[in-house]
Every structure is written in C-alpha cells, then in structure tokens.
Write a protein that binds this ligand. Structure first.
Ligand SMILES: Cc1cc2nc3c(=O)[nH]c(=O)nc-3n(C[C@H](O)[C@H](O)[C@H](O)COP(=O)(O)O)c2cc1C
Length: 160
C-alpha cells in the first residue's frame, strides 16, 4: 500500500481538535527559547510522562537535543497571537512577553492555563519528527478557557 498524500494526511489529522502549547527551554546562550506545538499528550500516570513531537527542521529540535529539561505552557483562549508568534518568523519571540523562571530554571509564560515542568525521559525517532517524552517534575494551573486548534484555525469555543 502506498502512503496517503500530504494534503490528505493534513486534512485527516486536522479533524482532530487539540489545544495549543508553547514548548520552552533555555538556549545554549542562556536565553529562553520557545515553539508552538499541538502534539502534546499525556503518556503515563506512574511515572507521570507526557510527550511532544518536534520536527527535525525546527530550531527547537536542536535546543531540545542538548537540553535536559523543558516546559509545556498550555495556552489560554486569548493567547492566539502568542501562538502565532512562537510558530513564525520573529527576531525575538520573547520580546515583550511576560514569563518567570520556574524551580528548574525553565521559562514559564504568564497567563497560561497550565505549565508542566519536565525532565527529558526519552527520545524516539519517528519519520521526520522526534518524539520527546518528558517526566513531569512540577507544574501549576491558571484559570480561563482553552485556545483550540482545528482544521488549521484557532477557536475559543468548540467549532461546529
Ligand atoms: C497550532 C500549531 C501547532 C504546531 N505544532 C507543532 C508540533 O507539534 N511540532 C512541531 O515540530 N512543530 C509544530 N508547529 C510548527 C512550529 O511551531 C513552527 O515550525 C515553528 O516556526 C518552529 O520554530 P523553531 O524553528 O524556532 O523551533 C505548530 C504550529 C502551529 C501553528
């Protein structure tokens, strides 16, 4: 059997509604780095594991290859602009963005629904992405509504 073509694959996966997260860690020069992702999922309860899939071509892939920890910031419905910024070209994605350093020193974004601080537990190669498995060592929650992503668009409530 041959593979479905890329456009069909996108359409199929796009029917699965997700939240949106920004992965953050500390870059080689000590500055915070971050990238928008929607491939976040919980993996295991004991130990508490989560995963994200990162494109080999993303700068974040290089950062996470040498990092020992990263944070997952779950976006609130009013943070679409933040999602766009951390998914696109910007000279300094953190410019004017509020954040604090967590107990592990990771950059944690202000105003998010949750932050999960993770030690990197495992990495698995899968096609053109790496599955990064994180062991959750800390976290906090906030209030608000989730930012949703569906069929390539953003929503602040479940779409029809
Ligand atoms: C809603 C949304 C979800 C995304 N999810 C992922 C993802 O899970 N993994 C990934 O590697 N890229 C994902 N991307 C694409 C990256 O955010 C984008 O390629 C980004 O520019 C990579 O940044 P970097 O090269 O600075 O790391 C997503 C983009 C959007 C808008």
């Amino acid at each position: 059997m041959t593979n479905v073509d890329a456009a069909v694959f996108r359409q199929l996966c796009g029917r699965f509604a997700t939240g949106v997260v920004i992965l953050t860690t500390t870059g080689e020069d000590g500055h915070p780095v971050g990238m928008t992702a929607n491939t976040f999922t919980s993996v295991s309860l004991e130990p508490p594991l989560v995963s994200v899939n990162v494109d080999h071509l993303a700068d974040m892939h290089r950062h996470l290859a040498r990092a020992s920890s990263f944070a997952i910031n779950v976006l609130e419905s009013r943070q679409e602009a933040l999602s766009r910024r951390f998914a696109g070209e910007h000279a300094n994605r953190f410019e004017g963005v509020g954040y604090r350093l967590g107990k592990t020193g990771l950059p944690l974004l202000d105003g998010v629904l949750a932050t999960l601080e993770c030690d990197i537990h495992a990495r698995f190669e899968a096609g053109d992405h790496t599955i990064i498995v994180g062991r959750v060592v800390g976290g906090s929650t906030g209030d608000g509504r989730p930012l949703l992503y569906y069929r390539g668009g953003y929503f602040d409530h479940p779409p029809a």
